[in-house]
Design a protein around this ligand. Structure first.
Ligand code: PLP
Length: 454
């Protein structure tokens, strides 16, 4: 069947595609304030997405935080075309290939050689589960099976599969499935700096939250396997940001109590917060702290292909080496280490090196700060905040449809900006130009004014 207009694709998608994280009825109810427009995309180029009717949208949230260097990036496209003609996929049990070896070596180098063993999967939630299973199995392999409990932070998000929900603390995603989830995790206070008491700095909030961790470990450290954190920014909690001090103290406490520190860098890794990995902003003796296990996904493939990676330390890896198969890490996915996805990741890392992306982003994040600065004085805006290429603020509004109204108003202003509750944030691709940053700033201000005017 030939289909060429938005309207045709809308109808066909609503009938045949069950969209993620969506009340499908909201797509259909066009007259209701709950209406959520479905936008059929014909093609993408740079920071822009184009629909079938010739309208365009600036991708202000990097297509769910995945896209780093724009849509249809010529350099990533060229690498993928070459890979496609060479090897699209081969099973990774018993076989290996150039992209997976090179990617593993380069990621190890980016951690200063401290996380030298790369395990592959396809999505972030699987990476979380792999990290939890590795930690648990490590303690069993070293003869301490009682260390089987996990710790996570209030508001944490580590994915939505049944296993990953055990360490996710977002009611919207978790409550309906609570009976399915294994309660092997304890939720600790978040270092979110919006929780500051009068006179407290972000570092004070971090120390207060770390004292909660210290208390818990004092009593329960012997049965705790790992603490999992989203370093510096808790994304799905509403871009909750916190001081690196928390990670520094958490690293020390985990060492003291023999508990693994898992850094979930799925959203904040790959340059998003101003360093290649967010945890590098926490230092001990002038050196970046390192986790025992690290999860990567989202941006690592440039937003091209599903790919996730768990990097592990030598200590953890070595505890699985034995004659016995039962002591091995028995986990696999059919597409583990997919060659195309690994090649997209290598092309993405090449761009970081060739363009000095981390340095360029410093200027871009200053421009983003300038574009949003006027909102700091808005009477309904609170906690305007930023960490590298993530900027966010909260809006005082008791309109239950605030986020959808804002989303629609932003689309009308040629911008894809999808609030989380009353939190509006920008997380654009790194190739965003000065003019495009200005466009996003105007879209935010205009959509906010229109939404609050009702
Ligand atoms: C998105 C995300 C995940 C889950 O990744 P999926 O690929 O969506 O399963 C896990 N942790 C964090 C911090 C994320 O932002």
């Amino acid at each position: 069947m030939k289909t060429s207009s938005n309207q045709d694709w809308l109808a066909r998608s609503q009938a045949a595609v069950w969209h993620p994280c969506t009340q499908m009825q909201h797509h259909a109810q066009t007259a209701s304030p709950s209406h959520l427009p479905l936008v059929p995309i014909a093609r993408g180029s740079g920071a822009w997405l184009y629909d079938f009717d010739g309208k365009r949208y600036l991708d202000g949230i990097s297509s769910w935080w995945t896209n780093l260097f724009g849509h249809a990036n010529p350099r990533i496209n060229a690498a993928l075309k070459d890979q496609l003609e060479t090897l699209e996929h081969v099973m990774l049990a018993g076989f290996t290939h150039q992209p997976v070896v090179e990617l593993s070596e380069r990621l190890s180098a980016l951690t200063g050689g401290t996380l030298g063993h790369a395990f592959y999967a396809s999505d972030g939630a699987s990476a979380t589960e792999i990290a939890l299973k590795m930690s648990f199995h490590y303690w069993r392999n070293v003869g301490r099976p009682e260390k089987a409990e996990f710790l996570c932070l209030a508001g944490s998000y580590h994915g939505e599969t049944v296993g990953a929900l055990a360490v996710t603390d977002v009611a919207l995603f978790k409550d309906a499935y609570a009976p399915l989830v294994r309660h092997a995790a304890h939720v600790l206070p978040s270092p979110d700096f919006r929780l500051a008491e009068p006179g407290e700095t972000p570092a004070d909030v971090a120390r207060r939250a770390a004292a909660g961790l210290a208390d818990w470990l004092e009593k329960n450290g012997t049965r705790t396997a790992a603490l999992i954190v989203e370093p510096l920014v808790q994304g799905a909690a509403g871009m909750a940001m916190y001081a690196p001090e928390y990670l520094r103290l958490a690293r020390q406490l985990c060492d003291q109590h023999e508990v693994h520190l898992i850094c979930d860098e799925i959203a904040v890794g790959c340059g998003r917060t101003g360093t290649f990995f967010a945890h590098e902003q926490a230092e001990i003796d002038g050196k970046p702290i390192r986790p025992d296990l690290m999860c990567l996904s989202k941006g690592i493939s440039g937003g091209y292909l599903p790919l996730s990676i768990v990097l592990s330390s030598d200590t953890i890896y070595n505890a699985f080496l034995d004659d016995s198969v039962a002591r091995a890490f028995l986990h696999s996915h059919s597409y583990t280490g997919n060659a195309l996805a690994c090649r997209a990741a290598l092309a993405t890392l090449d761009i970081f090196a060739e363009d000095d992306t981390i340095a360029v982003n410093r200027q871009k994040s200053a421009k983003i700060a300038n574009a949003l600065a006027p909102l700091a004085d808005h009477p309904q805006v609170r906690h305007l905040r930023q960490r590298g290429m993530i900027a966010a603020f909260d809006v005082i509004s008791d309109d239950p449809h605030f986020s959808r109204r804002f989303y629609r108003a932003a689309l009308q202003r040629e911008a894809l900006i999808r609030p989380m509750g009353n939190t509006i944030y920008l997380m654009p691709p790194y190739i965003v130009s000065d003019e495009e940053i200005a466009h996003l700033g105007e879209a935010v201000a205009g959509a906010l004014a229109a939404t609050l005017a009702g």
